[in-house]
Structures are given as structure tokens and as C-alpha cells.
Ligand binder design. Structure first.
Ligand code: ADP
Ligand code: MG
Length: 660
């Protein structure tokens, strides 16, 4: 392991004393007092006046200043919800849910009543809802049904600095809405100072600054690069816990598996320590947070720890700017982030871990200085910060697969995407390749217009290949089965594998496995659950997450509704499952791989090596497979794999394949 040995900063200890009184004060206040204590409160009236006088306003303020939770309430209090509602978009679903919950508490209303949220496949709003938090993807889809967004009086585009793909597309669309509707107001918020770009895009909209209130953060870099950052982070957290005065810890990691491993290791160390000493070991409350974590567990990060206990939150970059937890004095930054990137040359998407940008690293360290002066331990060297990290993250639109965006904009009658008003236009390569992929899937015709299939695909809030799979399910007369598979692929993994009962849970899982296809394994799990009256105790007995399955059932019924409105008949193949694999192949032939050597695959189109993911249940190594997605970690892993016949590849993807 790379040894972490941080350089000390002598100047820093002077700062340490000052902040403490403030933080004690901040922790013990009522909700109303907390609201008034937020930096945005001191400028409430000026802010409302600027909004009154301008159609578009850019609001800049440090994370935690109250933009997300307060702005919507100020607008409500100022009467903007008398004729219309206030919408607030978030790039992340966790943030949309969590913030709505908080604002509901502040306004003393049930979630879904005056305050609600909507994320894909989950709408918790009602007739009374006047403040609606939602993902940017949800609002984007709403523009399909109502181009002028008439029900919204104000839209707050939150977290604009994130530059998520959907937010970037919304910029162009909302600019048009603002031009058409004089009564409409748009507020763009950003946590970083380079807001000039937003202002310029909206014709020199005024930029309103919320005064900051932060404490110094002592930043310590690792002296040598660190090989195993999970282990290093755990070690650092333990050291802080044993040696530092009270103050919570926040660790940044890249994803669920790492976070779970770190939480497990931390709990283990605490146990070991407890059993090896007579002295009382201070309590450590270990709290994971990542997007796929069930909502009730997510909410725990905001709870106060019992007296004397220290919180240790282990998070993805969700805690970078989207969510603010008070009381953090120590940040441990692994320096990495997981992102989905599209490689237009290879024509494929992959989930991959990258070093964060310097701007993101600074945001992360800033999280330690909100309640008082804090410390950030960076598990990377100062030289990699200065020389290897990019100054700012690459906007998603520059690196993402644009398949969905192309479909959406085409259906909004934007014929030439290069004409769309993008703040930063995507690389032409990406547009062309995404269009090519849609053409291959049959969604676009030879002149780049939507086909009948393409128009139907737009109706589904799904990635184009999944929508295609549904429509092929109709043709191949197995729509019932395909609906289930698509729903299961749209929820987190339903297999439950506690570390202390790994063998037992693996054995339980084994019983569901369909050797030739992970897709069919998912179908099998769902159908057996259905045969057991969708029972919860049955899930527990079989090491399945009941919440995940219930979610899949809900998604399924929503997709079924769309299928019905399209008047597509729901057919079933009745346990003749070969045709289901064919349907999978018909939508994922571009993700085909061929066996080459023992247990090794290469992608059919580009000959790139790829491997079966350890989670795959494939009982043998078929000659040809298609996969759902590619995950790049130490190797290229194919995630969720099905055996296919080579002639199917030729039948559905004649552009790529032919039978010799
Ligand atoms: P910004 O959007 O400017 O980053 P927020 O409005 O998200 O700021 O946060 C303002 C304050 O509200 C923070 O101090 C944060 O701790 C608190 N807060 C936000 N969400 C919750 C929650 N779910 N539970 C408790 N406190 C919360
Ligand atoms: Mg915010």
C-alpha cells in the first residue's frame, strides 16, 4: 500500500479555535432558526427584487448557502405560486428526493402535498403541489407533451455548474420558452463563480451573488501516490476517529461497491478495536450514500448522531455539491469519480473511473469548512493535483452518447441538431455517431427523420436500445417477457448478498440462474416472485431485495401503460424463452462479442477484448453473446450477458454482420 504521510501546515492550527462556537450554535437550532441562519436569508429581499425585475436571473452561491431549499420557498412566499407552480430541476435523483423531503419538513407539509418530487418512474406530486423538485430528465420529457411548460410560473435550474446532459439541452429549450412567455421566469443557479457563461447565454442576464460564509480548510496531500485508496481511506478515517476531537467525517469514493467495502471494513476495524481493548472505543456511525441506495437509508445521513458518536459518511460525488450535511470537519478525498463516457470511434458507452478535476477536488475539500475550520486529506499527491487533473470537468454533452437527446430533439421537430441553441455544442463526431446508432436501430430513416419505430421509441423514458427491445418484443410475440426484463434492468440489482452470509446467498441465487442468459435469469426471478403472489417474505427467504422487485413491478406497470396507449398488443411466448433472447439480440447486436480463446471475448465490431463480469451467471462460454453495458475497471467487463446465435446477429444487424 502507498503510505500516506501528510505534510503538516503550521499556520492552520491558529484557525482551529475560532469556528467552534459557531458550529455548536448552528447545531442546536429549530428549523425556522436554521432557515434564517442560512446565507441566502440575509439577501432574501434583494434577491426577490432582482427576480421581479428580470425574466432570467443567474444566482451564484457556495454550496450550503440555501439555494436549493430556500429559493423555491421564497418564490412561493412571494406569490409566484398563485397562478402556476414553481419547478426546480436537479441533475441527480437522490438530490430531488432528499431536498423535496427537507422542504416538505420546513413547510410542514406531507411529501406529495404542497411540496413534491418527480423522478423517472416515480411521481410524488398531487393537485396541491406548488413546489415541485424533479430531475432535469423529467422536465425535459415534459416539454414533449407541453412545449411551453404552461403550468410552470418559475423554473429554477439548479446545479447548473454540473452541466449535466439534460440540463444543457434544457438551457436551449427554456430559452425559447422564456422568449415566448412573458409571464415565465427562469432562475439558473450555480455553485461556482464562472457563471458569466450562463449570463451570456441568456442575453446578459443579471448575476446575483449570495455572500459566502466559509471557514479555512487545511488541505493535506499524500506524499506518495496511493495504490489502494479504499484501504487508505479506511485507515485515515480510523486515525481521525481515534485521535481527533469531535467532528464528522466525509469520504468521497466512486460507487456502490467501493462504498460498501469501505463501510464494511470500517465496521470491522471498530469491532476489532472494541474486542482488543478494555477502554471504551468511541462510537462511529457509518453511513453510506449513493444513488441506488434506498431512500430511507439515504435520509439517514442527515440524522444527528447520538451523544458522543461521530458520523462517517461514505459518499459518491453526490455529496460534492448536491447534498450538504452540516457538521463535517474532515474530508477524505480519494480523487476519483465514476462517469459514463461515450467513445464515438468505438460507438459505445462505458462506465469508467476517472481522476476528478481540480474544481471538483476543491469543492470536495470545501465541504470540511462549512461548520468550522476543517481538514481535507487528499489521497493523491500535490503534483498530480497540479499537473494531472483537468482544471474543470468536461460537460456531459461533450462526452455522452446523444442517442436520447437526438430522439427527443427530432421529435420536437428540430431537424438539424447543429442548429439547436447549445451553450457548448457537442462534438460533431458524437452527433453523427449517435445518429448512426439510431439509424442502425431503425429509429431514423436514410434522411435522418424519425421512423414509425422512432416515434414510438420516443414515448418510452428509456435508452433507445431498451425501447427498441420492447418494440421487438411485440414483433417476436414475447412483449410480456421483454417488459419484465426491461423493468428489471431499470432498477438496482435485486440480488442481496450480505458479506457475512455470502455462501448462503450465492446458493440461493444459483437456483434462479438460467445458464444461457443473465437477462433470462432476471425474468426467471420476477416470474417466480409473481408465482409466489409477489410476497415479501418469499424475497427475504431467497436473498432478494423486496424493494427492488416492487420497484420493478411499478416500472413494469408504467411501461405497460405506455404500451397500451400506443395500442401495442401484449403477447407472451409462454416459457418458450429462446425467442426472448432473440429480442434481446435484436436491440443489442451492436454490443455483440465473440469467444476468442479460453473464456476470453472480443467485441465483434472492433475486436476489443472484453470479459464476463463476475456477477454474470452464465454457465458456460457461448461462442457469441450480447451484453447490456460495458464497465471499465481493471478490465473491460460486459455486464448482463446473453448467449445469441450468430445468424441472429446477421438477421438484426446486417450492417455489421453477415453469415459466411
Ligand atoms: P445549496 O443548494 O445552496 O447548496 P441547500 O439549500 O441544499 O444549499 O442547503 C441549505 C441547508 O439545508 C444546508 O445547511 C443543509 O445542511 C440543510 N439541508 C438540506 N437538506 C437537508 C435535509 N434533508 N436534512 C437536513 N438538513 C438539510
Ligand atoms: Mg443545492
Amino acid at each position: 500500500h502507498g503510505e500516506i504521510d501528510f505534510k503538516e501546515d503550521a499556520k492552520f492550527s491558529q484557525h482551529l479555535k475560532k469556528g467552534e462556537a459557531v458550529s455548536e450554535f448552528a447545531m442546536s437550532k429549530s428549523i425556522a432558526e436554521q432557515r434564517q441562519y442560512l446565507p441566502i436569508y440575509s439577501v432574501r429581499d434583494e434577491l426577490l427584487q432582482v427576480i421581479r425585475e428580470n425574466q432570467v436571473v443567474v444566482v451564484v452561491g457556495e454550496t450550503g448557502s440555501g439555494k436549493t431549499t430556500q429559493l423555491t420557498q421564497y418564490l412561493h412566499e412571494a406569490g409566484y405560486t398563485i397562478n402556476g407552480i414553481v419547478g426546480c430541476t436537479q441533475p441527480r435523483r437522490v438530490a430531488a428526493m432528499s431536498v423535496a423531503k427537507r422542504v416538505g419538513e420546513e413547510m410542514e407539509t406531507e411529501l406529495g402535498d404542497k411540496v413534491g418530487y418527480a423522478i423517472r418512474f416515480e411521481d410524488v406530486t398531487g393537485l396541491n403541489t406548488v413546489i415541485k423538485y424533479m430531475t432535469d430528465g423529467v422536465l425535459l420529457r415534459e416539454t414533449l407533451k407541453d412545449a411551453d411548460l404552461d403550468k410552470y410560473r418559475v423554473i429554477v435550474m439548479d446545479e447548473a455548474h454540473e452541466r449535466s446532459l439534460n440540463t444543457d439541452v434544457l438551457f436551449g429549450i427554456l430559452k425559447k420558452v422564456a422568449a415566448q412567455r412573458r409571464d415565465f421566469k427562469l432562475i439558473v443557479t450555480s455553485a461556482t463563480l464562472n457563471a458569466q457563461k450562463f449570463s451570456d447565454f441568456f442575453g446578459s442576464a443579471p448575476v446575483f451573488h449570495i455572500p459566502g460564509r466559509t471557514f479555512p480548510v487545511n488541505i493535506l496531500h499524500s506524499k506518495t501516490p496511493c495504490e489502494d485508496y479504499v484501504e487508505a481511506a479506511v485507515k485515515q478515517a480510523m486515525t481521525i476517529h481515534i485521535t481527533s476531537p469531535p467532528g464528522d467525517i466525509l469520504i468521497f469514493m466512486t460507487g456502490q461497491e467501493e462504498i460498501e467495502a469501505a463501510c464494511y471494513a470500517l465496521a470491522e476495524r471498530i469491532d476489532q478495536l472494541t474486542s482488543s481493548t478494555d477502554k471504551a472505543v468511541p462510537k462511529l456511525l457509518i453511513l453510506p450514500i449513493y444513488s441506488q441506495l434506498p431512500a430511507d437509508l439515504q435520509a439517514k445521513i442527515f440524522q444527528k448522531a447520538e451523544d458522543g458518536a461521530r458520523k462517517c459518511i461514505v459518499a459518491t460525488n453526490i455529496a460534492e455539491t448536491s447534498l450538504t450535511v452540516d457538521g463535517i470537519y474532515h474530508v477524505i478525498d480519494t480523487g476519483y469519480v465514476k462517469m459514463k463516457v461515450y467513445n464515438p470511434k468505438m460507438g459505445m458507452d462505458a462506465l469508467q473511473v476517472f481522476p476528478v478535476s481540480r474544481a471538483a477536488a476543491d469543492q470536495r475539500s470545501g465541504r470540511a469548512g462549512r461548520t468550522g475550520p476543517g481538514t481535507c486529506y487528499r489521497l493523491y499527491t500535490e503534483s498530480s493535483y497540479l499537473r494531472e487533473m483537468l482544471p474543470a470537468p468536461v460537460p456531459e454533452i461533450q462526452r455522452a452518447n446523444l442517442g436520447n437527446v437526438v430522439l427527443l430533439l427530432k421529435s420536437l421537430k428540430i431537424e438539424n441538431l447543429l442548429d439547436f441553441d447549445f451553450m457548448d455544442p457537442p462534438p460533431q463526431d458524437n452527433i453523427v455517431n449517435s445518429m448512426y446508432q439510431l439509424w442502425v436501430l431503425g429509429a431514423l430513416n436514410n434522411v435522418g427523420a424519425l421512423t414509425d419505430i422512432g416515434w414510438k421509441m420516443v414515448e418510452f423514458p428509456l435508452d433507445p436500445p431498451l425501447a427498441k427491445m420492447l418494440l421487438m418484443g411485440e414483433q417476436l410475440e414475447c412483449l410480456d417477457e421483454v417488459l419484465t426484463i426491461v423493468s428489471m434492468l431499470s432498477v438496482p440489482s435485486v440480488f442481496f448478498r450480505p458479506k457475512d452470509r455470502a455462501e448462503e446467498s450465492d446458493a440461493a441465487r444459483e437456483k434462479f440462474i438460467v445458464p444461457e442468459s443473465d437477462h433470462l435469469t432476471l425474468l426467471n426471478v420476477y416470474q417466480q416472485w409473481k408465482s409466489n403472489q409477489y410476497r415479501g417474505d418469499w424475497c427475504n427467504d431467497h436473498f432478494l431485495h423486496v424493494k427492488g422487485l416492487r420497484k420493478a413491478r411499478e416500472v413494469r406497470s408504467q411501461l405497460l401503460d405506455i404500451v397500451k396507449t400506443l395500442k401495442v398488443p401484449v403477447t407472451s411466448c409462454d416459457y418458450d424463452w429462446e425467442v426472448v433472447r432473440k429480442a434481446v439480440c435484436s436491440a443489442y447486436f451492436h454490443n455483440g462479442a465473440r469467444l476468442k480463446g479460453v473464456g476470453e471475448y472480443v467485441s465483434c465490431r472492433k475486436g476489443m477484448p472484453c470479459h464476463l463480469h463476475p456477477s454474470s451467471g452464465l454457465g458456460y462460454t457461448p461462442e457469441y453473446v450480447v451484453y447490456h453495458e460495458l464497465i471499465l475497471t481493471t478490465k473491460e467487463y460486459m455486464h448482463c450477458v446473453s448467449a445469441v446465435e450468430p445468424q441472429w446477429l446477421a438477421e438484426f444487424g446486417p450492417i455489421f454482420f453477415s453469415v459466411k
